[in-house]
Design a binder for this molecule. Structure first.
Ligand code: FES
Length: 320
């Protein structure tokens, strides 16, 4: 666990819909929590050593508490089930400060929010921030049915103002939002934000292929289908630890994280697949071969996700 964790208490737990809990967290000593912008997420350090990321879905103006929403994923890796089964009011847990790889653009004239299922969570905070700033936005929210639609009351108020549109497909995507038609015209100045399950992400990615890359913003919560990084011909390289000068070889079938841990360094990870951002590390020399779905071009000038990245240069020097 990194040094800068925050001890928080579970203040309240609300049942949003079947299988989705909304959890309110407050600082353990009653002080205000660190500032964040919409799109940010926090790491939750679970008692059994698991680390999971959840978007902060509360109003960024309210730092008395953070709220997260957790979908119970029975076929998941156990983190969400543990939260559903063990979290209770008064419980103390550790979280990371908020990190944001999915911020709103300051250059957009209009913001188009596309949410699939639990991918709605960062967009609730986005709506708070956009309304606070008086920005122009529209949201399309795709779920199976009304019964699976978290944050319904909050969003329904905006539906009456024609800012939010619900799309219930009853389990058949053909009955849902026609993403292809929606994104067939690229309105200059419009930025698109999308978050949802893999099939939803694929559909939006495909439909927005002609949009300028800088107008597309997304957050994955699982490894993309058909990852472009599979079946690469990996090569060996060396990582150097800037503070100690230690050098370690990363063989073609190893990750940087594996090598560092093997050599006694403690590295926080969660997904180990390049979509959560937990293993973000600054590098100071060399050129990484990035293989994640988190960092943008600006981030990549200084940071690398060491659970999945490799190196284009023989040496990669990490600021550790
Ligand atoms: S651990 Fe999730 S991106 Fe590296």
């Amino acid at each position: 666990m990194s040094d800068d964790t925050i001890t928080v208490c579970v203040k309240d737990i609300f049942k949003e819909v079947k299988d989705i809990l909304r959890i309110e967290l407050v600082h353990h000593d009653g002080s205000r929590l660190p500032q964040f912008n919409a799109g940010a997420h926090i790491d939750i350090f679970l008692p059994d050593g698991l680390i999971r990321q959840y978007s902060v879905c509360s109003n960024p103006e309210n730092l008395e508490s953070y709220q997260i929403a957790v979908l119970k994923e029975v076929s998941g890796r156990g983190g969400s089930q543990a939260i559903h089964e063990t979290f209770h009011a008064g419980m103390q847990i550790e979280i990371s400060p908020p990190r944001n790889h999915f911020p709103l653009s300051m250059h957009a004239k209009k913001h188009l929010l596309l949410a699939g299922g639990i991918g709605v969570t960062p967009m609730i905070a986005m709506i708070y921030e956009l309304e606070e700033k008086g920005e122009n936005y529209l949201m399309h929210y795709c779920t199976r049915s009304r019964d699976n639609t978290a944050f319904y009351d909050f969003l329904q108020l905006r539906e009456t103002e024609k800012k939010v549109f619900f799309h219930h497909d009853q389990g058949n995507p053909e009955n849902g939002l026609d993403i292809k038609t929606l994104l067939s015209t690229n309105e200059p100045g419009t930025h698109v934000y999308f978050c949802g399950p893999a099939s939803f992400m694929n559909a939006v990615e495909g439909a927005s292929a002609d949009w300028p890359i800088e107008t597309l913003h997304f957050e994955y919560f699982s490894k993309p289908e058909d990852s472009e990084f599979e079946d690469k011909n990996d090569k060996e390289f060396f990582v150097k630890i800037a503070k100690t000068g230690d050098v370690f070889e990363v063989k073609k079938n190893q990750t940087i994280v594996e090598v560092l841990r093997h050599n006694g360094l403690s590295i926080d990870t969660s997904c180990e697949d390049g979509f959560c951002g937990t293993c973000i590390t600054k590098y100071v020399e060399g050129e990484p071969e990035h293989r994640d779905n988190v960092l943008d071009d600006e981030d990549r000038k200084n940071f690398v996700l060491i659970c999945c990245a490799r190196s284009k240069t023989p040496y990669l020097v990490l600021d550790l």
